[in-house]
Every structure is written in C-alpha cells, then in structure tokens.
Design a protein around this ligand. Structure first.
Ligand SMILES: [Zn+2]
Ligand SMILES: [Zn+2]
Length: 159
C-alpha cells in the first residue's frame, strides 16, 4: 500500500461515516470504523518504516512525510464534495524557494506545510486564508483569475 491507497481507503471510510468534513475521532466512530482506522494507521506506520529503511531517514521524519502525503491525497479526494471553494483549489505542500508569501494575509508560508492553490492560476495561499476569501469572492486575490470549480469526482480518481 502506498500513500494514495491509504488515502483512498480513508476517503471511503470517511464517506461511509458521512462525517468526513471533520476528521473522525475515536469518540464518534463505530467499532468497525475504529478498527479500520487503526488498520490504516498501522499501514501508515509500516509504510514509514520501510521508507525510513530504503531512504535511510530517521523514522520520525519518514512518518511525517508519509502522513503529509496521505493528508494531501485525502484532501484532493474529498475536496470537491466538501465546499464549493474547495472545488476550484487544490491542496499541495509548500516547497521550492523560501519566502512564498500568502496573498491574503501577506505572511510567509512555512516550507513543507500544506497550502492551497487556485487551479486557474496556481497562486498559493494558506488553507484557511483562501477558503475565507473564496466565501465572499470568486477570484484570485493576486491576479483576479476566476475560480472555476473543477469537474472531479471521487469515483473518477479511484482508478
Ligand atoms: Zn495567509
Ligand atoms: Zn492568481
């Protein structure tokens, strides 16, 4: 199992619970679902362990990377169904050169953290900043590109 497969299983589980807008905590999951979540957590840890070995990283770093990748895949799988604002943006991690500034709050975005980009122009912002912005606007705060919802369905991603 790789990160995408773990994310797909999680997405299916969350959709089954009908409670995927907030991550399911141990308290509001059924027994079956809780077991399934634990199974996926174990898989995440196993994957991180094999990554740590093959790439000669320490386990903690490998686990963080795997978890970040899973959460990005998961966000991509679920985003079109959560909020219309999510349907025209995409989740990605901040990388490349330092000093990328969020166009909404003007604060720097930390490297290796999750961010969102408007798909029309791929300008990047903090998650919460751009979602707030898109509740009252439908254009990019930087270049005014129109935010067009993508036509994307969970079933189509899952090939
Ligand atoms: Zn911001
Ligand atoms: Zn833009």
């Amino acid at each position: 199992m790789n990160e995408l497969e773990i994310a797909i299983s999680k997405a299916e589980l969350l959709l089954r619970l009908g409670n995927w807008s907030t991550h399911c905590s141990a308290f509001d999951c059924g027994d079956q679902e809780q077991l399934e979540f634990e199974r996926l957590e174990t898989m995440t840890i196993n994957l991180a362990m094999s990554r740590a070995q093959t790439q000669q990283k320490d386990f903690k770093t490998a686990l963080m990377e795997v978890e970040l990748q899973v959460s990005i895949h998961l966000a991509k799988l679920l985003e079109p169904t959560i909020d219309p604002a999510l349907a025209c943006t995409t989740a990605l991690s901040v990388d490349g050169e330092d000093g990328i500034v969020c166009g909404v709050c003007q604060e720097e975005m930390e490297k290796e953290h999750e961010a969102r980009a408007i798909m029309e122009c791929m300008h990047m912002f903090h998650d919460s900043c751009i979602l707030k912005w898109l509740k009252i606007n439908n254009t990019c705060p930087l270049c005014r590109a129109t935010c067009k919802p993508k036509k994307l369905h969970f079933q189509e991603i899952k090939i």
